[in-house]
Design a protein around this ligand. Sequence first.
Ligand SMILES: Nc1ncnc2c1ncn2[C@@H]1O[C@H](COP(=O)(O)OP(=O)(O)OP(=O)(O)O)[C@@H](O)[C@H]1O
Ligand SMILES: [Mg+2]
Length: 283
Amino acid sequence: MDQAESLRRLISQKKKLKKSRVLTITGGKGGIGKTCISVNLSLGLKKLGYNVTIIDADLGFSNVEIELGVTSKYTLLDVLYNNKMITEVISEGPLGIKYISSGGDFNLINEGVDLSLFLNNIKILDYYSDFIIIDTGAGLNNIVNNFLKAADEVLVIVTPEPTSIMDAYTLIKYSLKDNDKKINVLINKVKNFEEYREIYNRFEAVVKNYLGVNLNDLGYLEYDDKMMECIIEQNPILLKYGNSKTSKKILTIAAKIADQPPPMENGGLFGIFSKLFNRGGFR
Ligand SMILES: Nc1ncnc2c1ncn2[C@@H]1O[C@H](COP(=O)(O)OP(=O)(O)OP(=O)(O)O)[C@@H](O)[C@H]1O
Ligand SMILES: [Mg+2]
């Protein structure tokens, strides 16, 4: 039995999801592994038997397309403005995961657009997907901030550089701590277990003491040259080196996410877009 098979068996059937669980991947800083982890976690969840859709909310730089080796002709904005069906904007990625480019700022919706038609399309996506992974871009621009505020569950990536730790703290303070979000943390690019423990413990204590926020520890990934190699070759590590230490760790993290309870409020992608539109003063 391979690792994916044994982990699949561990995740009890009763935890199979009826509504999609949306995990928004973020971090205070650029280049910390958000896209890499979005792509490989998506593939990991798919290997565990879940239907996965990955949405690129990093406008302008379609990193997911590059790292996953897929291209898309249309975006979610074409569903909103150009009468495209959700099925027309979905591309097929490796292992059968689905890929969608978000395409723009959903807080700046033109008057007269039929939001209910759009939201019905989003419901189809929710119905199809067990997990939806949203990859956000670097920095806290409006688009990222809106997605984060609307999210029920996020994964904050932190790396050992002091700037990454500081920026992650600021991100939680200003964009994530306002409601009952489930905030997962993954420490990436560490030297070893000891470095991870040291960083995580310090980060958790500061966030708890100063912001009163509880974090969910998803563990760590070590610095691995194969990650870089896989990006250059546009072949994710989980596919190229499926048996490497890093790939096994990613699969274990995917299983941990699936096995843990969803956030208190779990409105799926429908819930996120409803909140985005409400915030923009629509509906
Ligand atoms: N665990 C790791 N070990 C070594 N290199 C890594 C690791 N994780 C990510 N990288 C490398 O870090 C670089 C940045 O990764 P990635 O593009 O995923 O970051 P990002 O946070 O999405 O960046 P951006 O903010 O620009 O969107 C890539 O070259 C990737 O290969
Ligand atoms: Mg990226």
